[in-house]
Every structure is written in C-alpha cells, then in structure tokens.
Design a protein around this ligand. Structure first.
Ligand code: SAH
Length: 241
C-alpha cells in the first residue's frame, strides 16, 4: 500500500497550503455516509502547544529518541517537538502538506506509512488527531502492528489517540444498540471537499481501548492508556513485549 495524494485530489492539503500562504482558508468540508456534514476549521490544523488538548500535550511530553510523526498534516506536532530540540521526522501522503512542512524547516517526506520502501527506524511513532484512523478498518489491525514491527527500534513505543464511538449508539437509558452482525462500530467512511477539490472516499477507524488492547496483545504489544479526554477519547502507548 503506497498510495499518495496529488494536489488535484487533496482537499486538506490545499486548505493547509492556503492557510499557510494567506493566513486564512475556505471551508474544509467533511462528508460521511454515516454522519451529517461537518467542517474542520483549518486554523486548528495549525494549533500551537497551548491550543492543543491535554491529551495531545501528554503525547508530546512522552516523545523521546528518534520520533516519527505519522500523517503530520501542517506539522503542528513536529513543530513543537523541533522547538524542544527533539529529533523528529514527519511523513504524510499529501505533497502539499509536506511542502508546507518543508517550508517551515521541518524534516518531512511524502510517504505512506504502509509503503515497505520506507525502511527507517524510530524510538517513538506518533499518530495524533484520531491517529488510529490511518489503520482504516479493524481487519487491518494486524497489518498495522506488523508494519510497526518494521519501523520501531528495540524498546520503541507508539503513541496514538482515538475515540470510542459507542456514544453514538447509546440509548437514553445508557444501554447500547450495536448490531453485532454488522461491521465494527468505529469504522467510518469520510470524504473531504475544499473549494472545487473533491477527495476520494477513505476508511477511517475509531477504536475503543479494549479492542485496541486485544489486537495489541495478539501481536505481542502491551497497551497502556496514558490519558483520557473529555469525550470518550484517549491516548494509548503501545510497546512491544
Ligand atoms: N496529525 C495532524 C493531521 C491529522 S489529519 C494533526 O493532528 O493535525 C490526517 C493526516 O494523515 C492527513 O494529513 C493525511 O494526508 C495523512 N495520512 C492519511 N493516511 C496516511 C498514510 N497511510 N500515511 C501517511 N499519512 C497519511
């Protein structure tokens, strides 16, 4: 899997480039077959450490050694880590986002996390802003951990945030109405639109901590919840046993 995004198919990258060049951007629309239309305020993709959630700040505080910022976007986390003199490399499938990161002096390359040609190794692999999304579907969880085996240095760690979407299926009395015969409830499809640029539909995985722990253990990893957010979100640290 070494899919990359070209500018004509990259709504978020165009929004990031506009914001970087002009200090403002249009509406970055998020469509899904499962939710009402939403919007990502483009400024939030450029958030500073002060503007980050406590969960994200905890993630930054746990970064050490050679760090890989996966799906780095505008590079907000890489920027903070570099300011702290950390050794951080960013990857993203978006050529425009990578351009914006490089123009800020960050070490960034247009690389897909799952591209086997990318062979470097890291002490910390950081996936933030529902970082589990990149895994796409639960059935790809094993492939994700196998890829992590290739990218992690001995003793290395993965720092990843996600949300448990169970609140979408909770009845008023607190009981769940999850159809166990259908797909895992955290599997979502998204499509982004910015100005006239329409992206392709992509899979995005929200995973509850117990499911993540199950697959982590199955693949020889220890899963620890480092922090909980305000709305069913959490930060996990995954280490090879
Ligand atoms: N981490 C950033 C951006 C999150 S948006 C932040 O917190 O602000 C998710 C980013 O992941 C997008 O920039 C998208 O282009 C990138 N991405 C999606 N799939 C990827 C993959 N397989 N490999 C690398 N980057 C990916």
């Amino acid at each position: 899997m070494n899919f990359l995004l070209t500018p004509d198919r990259d709504p978020m990258g165009n929004a990031i480039l506009d914001y970087y060049k002009k200090g403002k951007a249009g509406k970055l629309r998020v469509l899904s077959s499962m939710f009402d239309e939403d919007e990502i305020p483009v400024a939030t993709l450029f958030r500073t450490k002060e503007e980050m959630s406590p969960l994200e700040r905890t993630a930054l505080d746990h970064c050490r050694g050679r760090i890989l910022d996966v799906g780095a976007g505008s590079g907000c986390h890489s920027r903070e880590l570099k300011a702290q003199n950390q050794d951080v490399t960013a990857i993203d499938i978006s050529s425009l986002s990578v351009q914006v990161m490089q123009e800020q002096g960050l070490s960034a390359t247009q690389t897909n996390l799952f591209d086997p040609e990318f062979k470097e190794r890291f002490d910390t692999i950081l996936l933030l802003m529902n970082g589990s999304g990149i895994i796409g579907k639960v059935e790809r969880m094993d492939a994700f951990f196998q890829r992590m085996n290739e990218l992690l240095l001995p003793g290395g760690q993965i720092l990843m945030d996600s949300s448990d979407l169970r609140y979408l299926y909770e009845d008023e009395d607190g009981s769940f109405v999850i159809d166990l015969n259908s797909d895992y409830y955290g599997e979502v499809d998204y499509k982004m639109v910015y100005k006239r640029i329409h992206g392709e539909t992509f899979d995005w995985l929200y995973v509850d901590f117990e499911t993540l722990r199950y697959y982590a253990n199955k693949n020889g990893y220890h899963a620890e919840k480092l922090a909980e957010g305000e709305h069913y979100d959490y930060l996990a640290c995954l280490r090879k046993l």
